[in-house]
Write a protein that binds this ligand. Structure first.
Ligand SMILES: C[S+](C)CC[C@H](N)C(=O)O
Ligand SMILES: N[C@@H](CCS)C(=O)O
Ligand SMILES: [Zn+2]
Length: 347
């Protein structure tokens, strides 16, 4: 897609993209945990962003694996890549900014490699059976301030009284400016754990004149609220108020909560809904370990996908501990479901 997508307005980017994809799109899966599955040691304050320094080839490989599995959107390795985090590792501000740009370049290069492979024979087929190049967007990840804290604060959403909307804006400003000019198609504000951070992102998009669109994706531990305890509905209202936001959704949340969350989201937004849950395992932020869930398996996750689509979601992927196999299975379930169910909306 690349530059052709950017010619439209923010709101048409997602509409046109979903139309080209056949009404729904497949997002990639867990990125950091996939790097880890391939042997990367990310038990570090930079988490997955450490690989931008130590193993960029692995970053490209994971992007390619997801593209080969059917992804229409790949999310960059910048989730925990912050200027503040790189500087505390001894890098200069200039080096930190280059690494942010590099995260987007690596995704764009993977897309290029994938397209070249497609041109050598492996074409996708659209719903009319016509050979076509699969639309692929690069989404520049922005993890929350809680991600930078590197202790699993995404799952508490509590930053303390000393963190204000203005300090959050100051924390994120330069990274958002850089990612917006990096060649990414859109910005993915991911794993948002409270309303204040959503408000800070909306202000930044407006005040900084960010000229690529964004999605806002919240986290929930109970299907009703974000980790701070605020209702998901209040948070989605904040995202919905911003014209630059072209999709709203939920990520890094147990699959069993997604159905009810989609119903809540539909009450407050007509924007496309994106869901990319985690495997249902629980994160131990202090030891940076995942604790197995008795309650959910990969089969359960994939069996939910049709219901999520019927309820009105139109972008589907996975977050932590999901793999290319999960994404391949999601793509397969969705491709068996055409045409789109009547509840699916285009905006
Ligand atoms: C969504 S959590 C699994 C991300 C990792 C966390 N910020 C950490 O550094 O431990
Ligand atoms: N895009 C990030 C989200 C972490 S919650 C990743 O998959 O690593
Ligand atoms: Zn996650």
């Amino acid at each position: 897609m690349g530059s052709s997508v950017k010619e439209g307005t923010s709101s048409s980017l997602m509409t046109e993209f979903l139309e080209k994809c056949g009404g729904y799109a497949v997002v990639d899966g867990g990125f950091a945990t996939e790097l880890e599955r391939h042997g990367a040691d990310i038990k570090d304050p930079l988490w997955s962003a450490k690989c931008l320094i130590t193993s960029p080839h692995l970053v490209t490989k994971v992007h390619l694996d997801y593209l080969e599995s059917g992804a229409n959107i790949i999310i960059t390795a910048s989730y925990q890549a912050t200027i503040q985090g790189f500087v505390s590792k001894g890098l200069s501000v200039g080096e930190a900014e280059s690494l942010l740009r590099r995260s987007v370049e690596l995704s764009c290069e993977a897309r290029e490699i994938f397209y070249n492979r497609c041109n050598k024979g492996s074409w996708d087929f659209d719903h009319a059976g016509k050979a076509s190049q699969r639309p692929v967007l690069v989404a520049a990840s922005v993890g929350s301030y809680g991600a930078y804290l590197a202790d699993g604060s995404e799952y508490s959403g509590v930053y303390g009284d000393y963190v204000s909307k203005e300090s959050l804006k100051d924390f994120h400003r330069r990274r958002v400016q850089i990612l917006a000019k990096s060649g990414a198609d859109l910005i993915a504000f991911e794993t948002i754990p409270n309303k204040l951070e959503a408000e800070a992102y909306v202000d930044l998009l407006e005040e900084e004149g960010i000229d690529i669109p964004a999605w806002f994706s919240f986290i929930s531990k109970d299907g009703v609220t974000v980790p701070s305890g605020e209702s998901i509905i209040e948070c989605v209202e904040v995202a919905d108020s911003c014209k630059k936001v072209v999709a709203i959704g939920i990520n890094c949340t147990a699959p069993r909560y997604i159905h009810d969350l989609i119903i809540s989201l539909c009450q407050v937004t007509h924007k496309p809904i994106i869901v990319y849950p985690n495997s249902g395992e629980v994160y131990d932020g202090l030891n940076k370990k995942w604790i197995k869930s008795e309650e959910e398996s990969e089969e359960d996750f994939v069996s939910y996908v049709s219901r999520w689509r019927e309820e009105g979601a139109s972008l589907f992927g996975g977050c932590c501990r999901t793999t290319p196999n999960t994404i391949r299975a999601i793509a397969k379930v969705l491709s068996c479901q055409s045409p789109a169910p009547s509840k699916l909306k285009f905006w």
